[in-house]
Design a protein around this ligand. Structure first.
Ligand SMILES: *Cc1c(COP(=O)(O)O)cnc(C)c1O
Length: 411
């Protein structure tokens, strides 16, 4: 008998985005003339920049010639890419990372979901609440939780509420946990962690022998150069942190697929007899066993993001989305909404008006303004009463959405 992994049955039914799709689909069917604007799913809308497209074409031509054809690539990624990553994303910000501490992959969703495999089944974890659902769901699948209660909290997982009191950047938990997931700039709240906040986390992790899994998928959206873009800018992080970054949001690679994870060799965990074991070796083993590298063509495209033209063009793209975020923040603020964030992330976090639940706000926005956003409660119980508006759309659509929301809700 093929027994199933019954931890899967603990997962809460109706993952957020299918439910949004269902409601929008039903609305559009009933109201075929409504021009619905989608500011919901966190997917980019602008096409790949010219420097990336040129690199893709060139790499395809290389694959078409016997002399320059490439098959399986090196496990960690090609040096032409990891050297660029080390130089631009780390060394220029004063961070020393070795080339083989970088693992190129096909996505931070995968990496942030798979990383839990190298930890023991009994490890405990914390997440900030609300959070990107992958951290919790993959640990539930692996059996590191009990059942969910009626509010949506899984037994055994430590939830750290991100709220107005802590500026949506909670500090470390009182109790010891073994793995702490952090994301800054944050999806969904759009909040960015300060240097002090991250230092608190790193100090806590070292005192408690915990590991921080730091998701920096939105680092390129940070507008203030004094804010940390990497956890490794924080003293002591090389002893306790793993970092993930992605080309998805910073260069429009959501459909191209390229990301990387950094695991310093100095980050260790314990085995059953108390010996220290480097996590780097475990992840290297996992990577080489279960993954066969990112396509050569895609790695060439990712490397092109660091050329002078590629860097300028992708920065311009990020700037376009950040201008959208500014319009949303100011426009909805002027319409009377309480708005947060959107200054260092492509997301604006709203308090729902009149005490509406997140889903009531979703339905009202759809019916009255024909605008789709994302209910905060879909990212965790503390997201209830909040709403996420994404800046990933055209300026025209953003302006139109703000105007409609202002008319429907303002005054
Ligand atoms: C979009 C996103 C990612 C990126 O995932 P990819 O698999 O690299 O596309 C990772 N983490 C968060 C929080 C995200 O929002």
């Amino acid at each position: 008998m093929a027994l199933i992994n019954d931890h899967y049955q603990k997962l809460q039914a109706g993952y957020l985005f299918p439910e949004i799709g269902r409601r929008v689909g039903a609305y559009c069917q009933a109201n075929p003339d409504a021009a619905v604007i989608r500011l919901g799913i966190g997917d980019v809308t602008l096409p790949l920049v010219p420097a990336v497209v040129a690199a893709l074409h060139e790499a395809v031509d290389e694959m078409a010639s016997e002399k320059s054809f490439r098959g399986y690539g090196p496990d960690n990624g090609y040096d032409f890419l990891t050297e660029q990553i080390r130089e631009h994303d780390y060394r220029r910000r004063g961070v020393a990372i070795e080339l083989d501490e970088i693992f190129v992959s096909d996505g931070s969703k995968q990496d942030s979901g798979n990383i839990q495999e190298i930890f023991g089944a009994d490890c405990t974890l914390s997440v900030t609440d609300p959070s990107y659902p992958v951290y919790v769901d993959t640990n539930v699948m692996a059996g590191r939780s009990g059942e969910a209660n009626e509010r949506g909290y899984y037994g055994g997982i430590v939830y750290l509420p991100a709220n107005e009191d802590n500026g949506f950047t909670p500090g470390p938990p009182e109790q010891g946990v073994d793995i702490a997931y952090l994301c800054s700039p944050n999806n969904p709240t759009g909040a960015v962690a300060s240097r002090q906040n991250l230092q608190q986390w790193v100090d806590w992790a070292r005192e408690n022998d915990a590991v921080i899994v730091f998701d920096a998928a939105y680092d390129a959206f940070i507008q203030d150069d004094a804010l940390p873009r990497s956890i490794f800018e924080i003293e002591g992080a090389r002893e306790c942190a793993i970092e993930m970054r992605s080309f998805s949001k910073r260069a429009g690679f959501t459909g191209v697929r390229c990301a990387y994870t950094v695991i310093p060799k100095s980050v260790t965990g314990s085995n059953a007899t108390g010996e220290r074991v480097a996590l780097h070796g475990l992840w290297a083993r996992r990577h080489s066993t279960k993954f066969n590298a990112v396509p050569y063509i895609v790695q060439r495209a990712a490397a092109a993001c660091y050329s002078p033209e590629g860097a300028a063009q992708t920065a311009e793209q990020v700037g376009y989305y950040m201008e959208n975020a500014r319009c949303i923040r100011e426009g909805l603020g002027a319409a009377g909404f309480t708005v947060f964030a959107g200054e260092h992330a492509p997301y604006v976090w709203l308090k729902t008006p009149r005490g509406l639940t997140s889903w009531q706000c979703f339905d009202e926005l759809l019916e009255k303004a024909h605008v789709v956003g994302t209910p905060g409660s879909g990212f965790g119980p503390s997201g209830e009463g909040y709403f996420r508006i994404s800046a990933f759309n055209s300026r025209e659509n953003v302006d139109e959405a703000i105007e409609r929301i202002g008319k429907a809700f303002g005054g």
